[in-house]
Design a protein around this ligand. Structure first.
Ligand code: LLP
Length: 416
């Protein structure tokens, strides 16, 4: 049976039985850079960034796509996206510094956070970023104290939408730790307006992540329209993607159609419109490649790879299903549990999954791992964080190299 590439990045192909990405044989890349490794379809990612911009600007002239850096916060990925014309949404000083390193115009940066420090607010002000998103009254105090000239801000509000997604990713309801609950919004707007150096330009709302029902974005817009009108609306990110063959996800066109349609109906045609896609930008353009380390045939068949919850927390944190495949191999399927190398049973990618005759040394690829894997990678069991490799036009180049043991122990006073 030919490999189903529908979950793979656009520049993935099977060439004479071997998986390629951006014209590079995945097996060669794995050989050169080791496993596990995050591989990015660099041209696919650029194309996706342009697709978002085109989808939005063709429907609404005053619009901007701000990549949600948190989904892949490294200057190489953020810079590749920013170079296509996108802005960057950052949360925290580390992401703000990463944005600075990309050379993006600071006017195209938005800062978020429900617990911002003085240091990040001070740097954001010094850089002259586009907007600081006020999340709470302490932000109001901090920005007023640190500002030396008027600072453009947006106010993050709860649109009171219960997003249909994992509870850990739903952020649009009134009990959320993010933003201002609906009954306090008017009061906080008045409070901001009493501060001479806070220049309130508009509202921000982000209802959650991995949203597959686009109606929910429309509901958020309708809810914002209950408030007074502003010049700027940042509607956050959230568009969901396919992880397994049975998933159905809205296209960027469909999303833009519904979102912009709702904005025009409820908020007007002249407002400045920002969106902050993260997962839907990078997710489909990344795969992770592993090597099979053990195959244990007991009560179940456990196929273990050389990574796991050290490089992918999606399964253990959110129960996210994935669709691993052994590559470059034909043969009969065997039903297996695909597990990681870490010391807990929760370190399982998928149970009762068909793999082609798994053997030690095989390469196993998991598609749709471009978002939130790199950023939440960790050193569980002393694992080294994997490299990020851009594959494009037949050339594989390292964007982030693999962590070293010297780095792993470098912060330890005894080991350092
Ligand atoms: N804007 C704001 C204010 C956000 O909080 C987020 C995501 C985004 C934009 C981007 O949302 P996206 O387009 O990626 O859905 N750690 C989880 C994801 C948490 C998302 C947090 N906020 C995961 O690994 O799936």
């Amino acid at each position: 049976m030919p490999m189903d590439l529908s979950l793979y990045p656009p520049n993935a192909a099977v060439d004479d039985g071997r998986l390629t990405l951006g014209g590079c044989h995945v097996a060669d890349v794995a050989q050169e850079f080791g496993t596990p490794a995050y591989l990015i379809d660099a041209a696919g990612l650029r194309q996706r960034a342009r697709e978002f911009q085109q989808a939005l600007t063709s429907r609404h002239h005053r619009s901007r796509v701000m990549f949600a850096s948190k989904s892949f916060p490294t200057p190489s990925v953020m810079g590749l996206i920013a170079d296509t014309g996108c802005g960057l949404d950052v949360a925290g000083l580390g992401e703000l510094l990463a944005a600075q390193r990309t050379g993006v115009d600071p006017a195209h940066v938005v800062l978020h956070g429900n617990a911002k420090s003085d240091a990040e607010i001070a740097l954001a002000i010094e850089m002259g970023i586009g907007y600081i998103v006020v999340d709470n009254l302490d932000d109001v105090d901090r920005i007023s104290r640190l500002a030396t000239k008027p600072v453009p801000v947006l106010l993050r509000v709860s649109p009171a939408v219960d997003a249909e997604t994992n509870a850990a990713m739903a952020t649009g309801h009134d009990a959320s730790k993010f933003g201002i609950p609906s009954h306090q919004i008017t009061e906080v707007i008045e409070r901001i307006r009493r501060e001479p150096l806070l220049d309130l330009r508009g509202l921000h709302a982000h209802i959650g992540s991995q949203i597959l029902n686009v109606d929910q974005f429309e509901q958020a817009v309708a809810s914002l329209a209950q408030l007074e009108r502003f010049d700027v609306y940042d509607l956050g990110g959230g568009l969901g993607i396919r992880y397994v063959p049975s998933d159905v996800a809205p296209s960027v066109e469909e999303y833009a159609d519904r979102l912009v349609g709702a904005v025009h109906r409820h908020l007007g045609t002249d407002v400045e419109l920002l969106i902050e896609p993260g997962r839907s930008m990078v997710g489909p353009n990344g795969v992770t490649v592993y090597r099979v380390t053990t195959v244990k045939r007991g009560v179940r068949t456990h196929v273990a790879v050389d990574g796991g919850m050290g490089d992918n927390l999606e399964v253990s944190l959110y129960g996210q299903p994935f669709d691993p495949a052994i590559i470059d191999k034909a043969g009969a399927f065997e039903v297996c549990d695909v597990v990681g190398r870490h010391c807990e049973s929760g370190d399982t990618f998928v149970v009762a999954h068909e793999l082609v005759e798994p053997e030690v040394g095989d390469l196993l690829v998991i598609p749709a791992t471009g978002a939130y894997t790199f950023t939440m990678s960790n050193n569980y069991n002393g694992a080294l964080r994997p490299p990020v490799v851009f594959c494009e036009d037949g050339v594989a180049r390292v964007a982030v190299r693999r962590e070293t043991y010297a780095e792993l122990f470098g912060r330890d006073v005894r080991g350092g």
